[in-house]
Design a protein around this ligand. Structure first.
Ligand SMILES: [Zn+2]
Length: 139
């Protein structure tokens, strides 16, 4: 007996309904690869806005972090970033991963559903899944 497409889709739907919410959450968390172009002594990250949206953090905070980590002044221009030096794509990827590890992923449960809470003297990561509050280093 062959399964019709309709039956197959219905089965998929049943399976999905049984999946825990957290799994859906991590599937949703996909960060686009940076599109990097070098021009003269500059490095452009063409899809920065897309990355910042996916990371779901204040773009200015990400820029501050990247600027500190790379030791390079960075200018935001519409949807792109312009780094005022030649920076290898690989290094940019590493720094974005580091940002996500430090400021997005909950160290207790590993989920990205967090908020960065800034207070006067410190910053912490509040997890919406497990409720953990983890102090993080100020950029
Ligand atoms: Zn958590």
């Amino acid at each position: 007996m062959s399964t019709t497409e309709e039956e197959y889709l219905a089965m998929l739907k049943r399976v999905r309904e049984k999946l825990p919410k957290v799994l859906e959450t991590s599937e949703r968390f996909v960060i686009p690869d940076p599109e990097v172009v070098h021009e003269g002594g500059y490095t452009h990250i063409l899809n920065f806005k897309e990355i910042a949206d996916a990371v779901d953090r204040d773009p200015d905070h990400i820029i501050l972090f990247l600027s500190h980590e790379l030791g390079v002044p960075i200018v935001k221009a519409a949807k792109r970033l312009i780094l005022q030096a030649r920076v290898k794509r690989r290094l940019i990827e590493d720094k974005i991963q580091k940002y996500i590890k430090n400021y997005v992923i909950c160290p207790e449960c590993g989920k990205p559903d967090t908020k960065l809470i800034k207070q006067k003297r410190y910053v912490y990561l509040k997890c919406e899944v497990c409720g953990a509050e983890t102090p993080v280093r100020k950029v």
